[in-house]
Design a protein around this ligand. Structure first.
Ligand SMILES: *Cc1c(COP(=O)(O)O)cnc(C)c1O
Length: 389
């Protein structure tokens, strides 16, 4: 067995450095990175402000633990709260951990409100929430659970986008509804216009918490800071990670005061969560994203990319079927196997990411310009022409 446990089907390429929207191999080949390490490198590679913030913090202090106040963490929490529905934030290191925290906050809120029996979470078919034991149970991938022992109790799955099924799944033991505003791993699947609104109504009616998994959709990728802001339906709890640190690991659980009422000292913790290095990066990502016009530009690039992809689809209907998504989180449903398109794009030095439902994802960094769109579209057009033959 390889020294690195072989849990990934890796492509045999390694990148030595990155610069903006590009990655470079040691032998000097340049790739346009329209995968961003799966929605992580929000500002592209080696962004000068991120490099400056991380190195400045590295020269001061790396880690003190949450035994003490961490100035950058306080500032980051205040800014996330000021720019969302939330009042309070818990920091961790990854998406799965943010979801674990989200589930814990939801259950504790019900317990704190005098409903210890309310522990179950309604989740959705096609959902992905991570690879820990509880998040595997919350997600909808039977195969990923195989061989890992008893499945964590307390998750009821219903069809994504079907409010009637949600209603019928609710029992006296239901605590919360957990949903991705746009399902990422299962193929950039939006749920339909009014679904989140319906979930909000159901939660209000039954006294449940509405929890969003914005690990993939959050931090600008849909053209707004958070995907839920497109239709204004606020949750009670929200998980973030991936793009938040621009490539430095950090996750977060955002919550209202009411939802977090039971989360007092000693109820939850994380050694590394929100450490000074991570918060220096995340604060810099927010500095850039919140600048006037930055997200509007990303949204504009998303519209352009989507329109250009539609032209490619019109010309290559035997390879590509449809395109969906929002902002710079885009899924192209393939006619040919999606892995073939990802490979054909990589052969043309463009990185894309496969997803479920035979989808090929473009998730470019938010800093792209029209020239990057041109370059990706030329490669896509050429790849489709080759695959059509
Ligand atoms: C990636 C992802 C996760 C898991 O994040 P990790 O950092 O890999 O644990 C959870 N939810 C969604 C929607 C994701 O896209």
């Amino acid at each position: 067995m390889s020294a690195v446990m072989p849990t990934y089907a890796r492509v045999d390429i390694a990148f030595e450095r990155g610069d903006g929207a590009y990655l470079y191999t040691a032998d000097g080949h340049r790739f346009l990175d329209f995968g961003t390490g799966i929605a992580v490198t929000t500002l592209g590679h080696a962004h000068p402000r991120l490099v400056a913030a991380l190195t400045a913090q590295a020269g001061k202090v790396w880690h003190t633990s949450n035994l003490y106040n961490i100035e950058g963490q306080t500032r980051l929490a205040e800014r996330l709260a000021a720019n969302s529905f939330a009042d309070t934030v818990f920091f961790c290191n990854s998406g799965a951990e943010a979801l674990e925290g989200t589930i814990k906050v939801a259950r504790k809120a019900q317990y704190h409100a005098g409903h210890p029996e309310r522990v179950r979470v309604v989740a959705f078919e096609g959902a992905f929430h991570g690879r820990t034991l509880a998040t595997l149970a919350a997600g909808d991938n039977e195969k990923a659970r195989e061989g890992f022992g008893p499945v964590v109790e307390g998750f009821d799955h219903v069809a994504f986008g079907n409010a009637n099924e949600v209603r019928s799944a609710i029992t006296a033991e239901t605590a919360a509804i957990l949903v991705e505003p746009v399902q990422g791993e299962s193929g950039i699947r939006p749920p339909g216009v009014d679904f989140l609104k319906q979930l909000r109504q159901i939660c209000d009616e039954f006294g449940l918490l509405l929890a969003y998994d914005e690990v993939q959709t959050g931090v600008g990728h849909t053209g707004k800071l958070f995907a839920y802001q497109h239709n204004g339906v606020a949750p009670d709890i929200m998980a973030l990670a991936k793009g938040l640190g621009g490539g430095f690991p950090i996750g977060a659980v955002l919550a209202t005061d009411a939802a977090a009422a039971g989360m007092v000292a000693g109820t939850h913790g994380s050694t590394f969560g929100g450490n000074p290095l991570a918060c220096a990066c995340a604060n810099t990502v927010l500095d850039v994203l919140l600048e006037d016009g930055f997200l509007a530009h990303a949204a504009e690039m998303g519209r352009l990319l989507m329109a250009r992809i539609r032209e490619v689809i019109a010309a290559h209907g035997s390879v590509l079927e449809t395109v969906r998504g929002q902002g710079l989180l885009i899924g192209m449903k393939c006619v040919v196997p999606n892995a073939d398109l990802v490979t054909a794009l990589r052969d043309r030095r463009v990185l894309a990411v496969p997803a479920g439902d035979n989808v090929c994802r473009f998730i470019p960094p938010l800093i792209i310009e029209e020239s990057h769109v041109d370059e990706a579209i030329a490669a896509l057009d050429d790849a489709c022409a080759a695959l059509a033959r």
